[in-house]
Structure formats: structure tokens, C-alpha cells
Design a protein around this ligand. Structure first.
Ligand SMILES: [Cu+2]
Length: 172
């Protein structure tokens, strides 16, 4: 066996598995998502719904501010935009609490909640750094039935936001 071949084997045996192990771990240090009611990415991570790579890093749905898609414009997370994937719908009352799990605590401008393109709630943190969990009580107003809630975490010191969609049945 020549030197090159031994090197290739060594890389195959050692470095590649290391990459496989470290990639999800390193990305797990960043960002946040809604854990309950279970957001689409939380359902991917839990195996409730079968998904692509978002299942490894539900906290990583990051995109420019102002988007309206569940995937935050990330084509590798397109599963999140697919309304036909059988997302579990959580029954809620006329108001409910949304719980974020933050794996990196970024200075925050606002948290916004949209249904059907209309903003139903906004919480302004004025640049403060949140705790590792954040809870918002959101009132759905007159809305009822099955709705897709788009939640947005707007970061204060970058141009980006984090996105999470939650499927609920109001009054269900
Ligand atoms: Cu982050």
C-alpha cells in the first residue's frame, strides 16, 4: 500500500466520521425555535413528521428580516413550506402561550406573530438579550379554526430573523 492510499484510508476512517458528528453539534449552538406548541421544525426534530436536514437543526431557520415563509427562504428547509406534509395541529383556546427555545441568545428587537399575512401580536424587547427560553401570550382575536401561525424573531444587531411556523386549531 502506497503512502497516498494509506492517507486516503486514514481520512476515510477518521476525518469523515468526525465531520458527520461535528456538523450538527456546531450548528446546534446557534439560534432558536418554537418548541411548544410544536412548530414545524420541532416536529421534524422529534420525528413526528419526516423531514430533510432541518430535523438536525430546528433552531437554524434564519433568513433576512421581512420574509413570510416558514423556511425563512432556505431551500434546504423547504419541507417547512409544504402545507401537505401532515403537520400535527395543536388545539388552542382564543389565546395561547408560544414558547421559544433559544440555543444562542441574540440581542432582540421584536418578536412578531402573523396569521394569513396579518400581524396579530408583537413584543418589543428593545435590543435586550432574552433568556434561554421565552414565552409570549398571544391572543388570536376573532380568528378560529385551523390556522398557520408564522412567528418571527427579529435580531437587533444583524439584518436577520428566525422563523417558525406553528399549526393550530383555535377553539378546536
Ligand atoms: Cu444564532
Amino acid at each position: 500500500m502506497n503512502k497516498k492510499r494509506r492517507l486516503a484510508l486514514a481520512i476515510g476512517a477518521g476525518v469523515a466520521p468526525l465531520l458527520v458528528v461535528t456538523m450538527p453539534v456546531s450548528s446546534a449552538s446557534a439560534h432558536g425555535y418554537i418548541s411548544s406548541p410544536p412548530s414545524r421544525q420541532a416536529q421534524c426534530a422529534a420525528g413526528t413528521v419526516e423531514c430533510g436536514p432541518i430535523k438536525w437543526e430546528p433552531q437554524s431557520v434564519e433568513g433576512p428580516k421581512g420574509l413570510t415563509s416558514c423556511s425563512g427562504g432556505n431551500s434546504q428547509f423547504a419541507d417547512l413550506d409544504d402545507d401537505s406534509k401532515g403537520w400535527k395541529v395543536t388545539p388552542v383556546g382564543s389565546s395561547t402561550s408560544f414558547n421559544w427555545r433559544l440555543t444562542a441568545r441574540h440581542a432582540t428587537s421584536t418578536w412578531q406573530y402573523f396569521v394569513g399575512g396579518n400581524k396579530i401580536a408583537e413584543f418589543n424587547d428593545n435590543g435586550a438579550t432574552p433568556g434561554s427560553t421565552v414565552t409570549h401570550q398571544v391572543n388570536f382575536g376573532g380568528l378560529s379554526g385551523k390556522q398557520k401561525v408564522l412567528a418571527v424573531w427579529n435580531i437587533a444587531d444583524t439584518a436577520n430573523a428566525f422563523y417558525a411556523c406553528v399549526d393550530v386549531n383555535i377553539g378546536g
